[in-house]
Ligand binder design. Structure first.
Ligand code: PGA
Length: 255
């Protein structure tokens, strides 16, 4: 398999910088030399710099949870891609369902961010996924297709392999309800087929598609052994060193 598994922790609005330092220090000690799985931690903006310093020299990479698409200017409260790059951020979560729902982010707005991230050598972790009502009405694949096509518009083939997709069924996020492996694999395979249409087979086979939504050490081995599930975007279980490192070990154990 050409795709290395990727486990990313989305800390959301949790942890002060001292709490963040304590967690990441444990992670560095436990899994900081891992080479068979890519590991990314995404703390809040206020902890990016201290976490970045703590992971220096380890194999853990730094991710942000959001950014603005403009380079600079009068956008009170926002952070640009260049600011993230200046503190050695490698990844940025974009289009998370919480941003779409609570902050009104549209597909067009998310598309601008994806393009700006790529232009600045940041790897977007682009989140897509359906709500419970959408799943129940049978429109899951349509919803995911609409999001993906709109969010990736204008992405060149050269840069497409820098994109990571996260399939996160909204009804599974923070609810303890995890998608079944069949439900997840079906959508992952569908996303891969869309990537083939957009970028061709060779590129589509290289793009990592993560699952997110109540992934935990107990359900990870089965999810991660699916053909098109290349890792996880982890919320709750990333807030504790033990469960996050167990997830990394699960990913490493998948052959
Ligand atoms: P969860 O969150 O693991 O707590 O469900 C995942 C996410 O929202 O990225």
């Amino acid at each position: 398999m050409i795709r290395k598994k990727l486990i990313a922790g989305n800390w959301k609005m949790n942890k002060t910088s001292s709490d963040a330092t304590a967690l990441v220090t444990e992670l560095v000690a436990e899994v900081g030399r891992t080479s068979d799985v890519d590991i990314v931690v995404c703390p809040p903006f206020t902890s990016l710099e201290v976490v970045g310093k703590a992971i220096e020299g380890s194999s853990i990479k730094l991710g942000a949870q959001n950014m603005h698409h403009e380079a600079s200017g009068a956008y009170t409260g926002e952070i640009s891609a260049a600011m993230l790059r200046a503190i050695f951020t490698n990844y940025v979560i974009l289009g998370h369902s919480e941003r779409r729902t609570y902050f009104g982010e549209t597909d067009a707005f998310i598309n601008k961010k994806v393009l700006a991230a790529l232009k600045n050598q940041l790897k977007p972790i682009l989140c897509v996924g359906e709500t419970l009502a959408e799943r129940e009405s049978g429109s899951t694949l349509k919803v995911v297709q609409t999001q993906l096509e709109a969010n990736l518009e204008g992405v060149s083939k050269d840069l497409a392999t820098n994109v990571v997709i996260a399939y996160e069924p909204v009804w599974a996020i923070g609810t303890g309800k995890v998608a079944t492996t069949e439900q997840a694999q079906e959508v992952h395979a569908f996303i891969r087929s869309l990537l083939v249409k957009l970028f061709g087979d060779a590129i589509a086979q290289k793009v990592r598609i993560l699952y997110g939504g109540s992934m935990k050490p107990a359900n990870a081995p089965e999810l991660l052994s699916q053909k098109d599930i290349d890792g996880g975007l982890i919320g709750g279980a990333a807030l504790e060193a033990r469960s996050f490192t167990d997830l990394i070990k699960s990913a490493a154990a998948v052959k």
